[in-house]
Design a protein around this ligand. Sequence first.
Ligand SMILES: Nc1nc2c(ncn2[C@@H]2O[C@H](COP(=O)(O)OP(=O)(O)OP(=O)(O)O)[C@@H](O)[C@H]2O)c(=O)[nH]1
Ligand SMILES: [Mg+2]
Length: 429
Amino acid sequence: MIRVSGREAITIVAPLLRTSIPLAAFPSHRLRRVGLIDAKSGERVDEALCVVMRAPRSYTGEDVVELSCHGSPALLRMVTLWIVAGGARLAAPGEFTRRAFLNGRLDLAQAEAVALMIGARTDRAVALAARALAGGLSDRVRVLRDALVDVIAGLEVALDFPEEGVGHDVGDARAAVTLLRADVERWLAAARHGRVVHDGIAVALVGPPNAGKSSLLNVLLGRDRAIVSPVPGTTRDVVEGTIALAGVPVRLLDTAGLDVPRDAIEAEGIRRSRRAMEESDLLLVVIDGSALPDQRVLEETADHARIIVRAKCDLPAHPAAAARHDAMPASAVTGEGIEALLERLAHEVEGRAAAAGDEGGIVASLRQIELLDALSKSLAAGESALEAAPLEAALVDLKDALSHTGALLGVDVGDAVLDRIFATFCLGK
Ligand SMILES: Nc1nc2c(ncn2[C@@H]2O[C@H](COP(=O)(O)OP(=O)(O)OP(=O)(O)O)[C@@H](O)[C@H]2O)c(=O)[nH]1
Ligand SMILES: [Mg+2]
């Protein structure tokens, strides 16, 4: 689909179309079939569906023409270049959404939700982004902002007319700020969980060589991703694949067996295993259930969040391995224990993304999470200033808080902030 937005959109696209009525006379928001022609040769290059959406009822709030062509990248490039030759220019990443924001079609929190929607990888992440797009976070912040303005105004009146007993009672103001801060704290917790749903978690499979890590990875992924062989030290590099558990993307990282390296390549592989281990949220520590458990790996991973897997449980168990009651038996050959392992993993994931029900689930950009955090801190500072310090001091903190709500909604944010936000979008959005 090619989208053209701006005052000249219709005039620029018109010469490229063969239509029964002129493009300028197209009814708004009606899809029509058109011929696409090479304006120079007059030759027809494609049939397309075309819609004109007139300002301000369009995504960007400007006149928009959209052409749905047959989709060959060569064709799309050709038509795009003709449109550019006619006087348009290529859109910057996120520019349509930026214009939508500047024209008041979306607030900034919603504009950021567009990027979250594009990046969503599971049904659950999509649902969270949809809620944000519908204004989930903005609505809450807007209500809080109104309440905060009331408190600030009340305190300023009290400050100006100390004798009259008008304006906010300081005790009431403090109680109001306490409630607002509690709201923000809840949103923050929900947003951090939402972030887990959006970003997913990383789970590294670690263990001694030949324990069955790669075989386990393949069964968990349901496809033959990593090389498996009876030779210890088969996996050298980190091999990964993603599955969705409890609606959360889970990146599984298969690693080189942890052992004394026999050469430089193995040493590098083991270094990468340790790095993957550090970067993971959870470890699957795989030990070969038919052999004496490797104590070093168990000790090395003791401080990590981990699930111990006694692999190859189809083979006769080694008594020392069987004695480890904290290990979950699993077999990549018979499939025994795999279902239970997936359930346990899902449970762990759910714990990290929990409270999705709280606050209806919030997903926020990292910028928004930072701002919510700053908002909560300013409210806390205002709260304690209202206890002891002069009113003026409390007002400074509360006004800081107010400016953070503004930044969340995109009130008075500068170009630099907008550049940073929209640079993360992809082209055409
Ligand atoms: N019987 C049985 N054999 C298994 C099982 N899982 C793996 N094996 C065998 O054990 C050997 C090693 O398996 P891998 O999955 O390559 O082990 P790894 O831990 O990835 O090994 P490295 O990459 O060398 O560290 C292979 O011969 C596998 O066929 C299992 O559940 N049951
Ligand atoms: Mg391997």
